[in-house]
Design a protein around this ligand. Structure first.
Ligand SMILES: Nc1nc2c(ncn2[C@@H]2O[C@H](COP(=O)(O)OP(=O)(O)O)[C@@H](O)[C@H]2O)c(=O)[nH]1
Ligand SMILES: [Mg+2]
Length: 269
């Protein structure tokens, strides 16, 4: 599958060769934590015996090869933030401990999908190109606390467009990201109350949940919305330290996200 506008952006041909394996697509404004979410998830998956690989020929470009090498090295490094140095999309695979290719993932540079607070044609075209790939998509919508109203409104608008264009086999997970910034929602057990976090997101991102109102007459009796939901944070960032020090979040978060991904797609391990 050739991707015209993305290829133009990158300056080299881009091709998603595997047209069947579902693609995990994190979506959110620049700096919403897409890349670090994937890295945290992959560290967790590796610790459970899965394998993460990158697709070396997704972009035929020397810079992309360097990015791939950096990525695999960086997954084990103490400074995963360095991985964003080369601003190119990255395609990779999650392989189960039994050697089965379970998912593809695509990590877009910070602002490619969400450049400004107004919809600009470029990012809409990139999104449409990803949507038009025949693979089922699992969209991870990264909702971050305390964004300016304008960005929140635009986030909901874009998700609405994605939902309109998506097909039946696509799945949507709302990720309440950076919950470490909401310490008031944490209970004595060290994790936030999922129901309360969910209500906060509903309140902050007006109209977001309504995009996913379940219409099936039976299903809606026990599940009013068709999205999946998870609280998440990737790392503790210890500020004012040189070099920057970070600690991985508890396995609870990537574990929760992984369960939702498996639940909504029912792939074999
Ligand atoms: N507090 C907090 N900050 C985060 C978290 N994840 C990312 N960040 C911050 O957001 C910045 C951008 O993260 P990144 O994953 O590169 O965002 P991307 O542009 O969406 O890929 C990081 O440098 C961190 O400062 C998180 O879980 N908690
Ligand atoms: Mg990124």
């Amino acid at each position: 599958m050739k991707i015209q506008y993305l290829s133009q952006y990158v300056g080299s041909p881009i091709c998603i060769a595997d047209k069947a394996t579902p693609i995990i697509v994190p979506f959110g404004p620049r700096c919403s934590g897409k890349s670090l979410l994937l890295i945290r998830l992959f560290r967790y998956l590796r610790s459970c015996g899965n394998v993460i690989t990158v697709d070396n020929i997704f972009i035929r470009d020397q810079r992309y090869k360097m990015k791939c090498d950096d990525y695999i090295y960086g997954l084990s490094s103490r400074f995963p933030e360095q991985l964003n140095k080369i601003r190119l999309p990255l395609l990779g695979y999650i392989i189960s401990c039994r050697g089965r290719k379970m998912y593809q993932f695509i990590d877009m540079p910070g602002d490619m999908f969400f450049n400004r607070d107004e919809i600009d044609d470029q990012s809409t075209m990139y999104i449409s190109e990803i949507i038009s790939c025949p693979n089922p998509k699992i969209w991870l919508f990264l909702a971050e606390p305390n964004l300016p109203l304008r960005t929140r409104t635009e986030f909901v608008n874009r998700i609405s467009k994605i939902c309109d264009l998506s097909c039946k086999k696509d799945r949507f997970i709302i990720v309440a990201n950076k919950v470490d910034r909401l310490p008031h929602l944490f209970g004595n057990n060290g994790v936030p109350d999922v129901g309360i976090v969910c209500q906060e997101i509903k309140h902050e991102f007006e109209g977001l949940f309504d995009l996913f109102k379940e219409t099936h007459p039976i299903k809606k009796l026990w599940k009013p919305y068709s999205f999946y939901f998870t609280p998440f944070y990737s790392f503790d960032f210890i500020e004012n330290q040189h070099p920057l020090r970070i600690h991985s979040s508890s396995d609870y978060y990537p574990g929760f996200l992984w369960k939702e991904i498996i639940k909504c797609t029912k792939v074999k391990i």
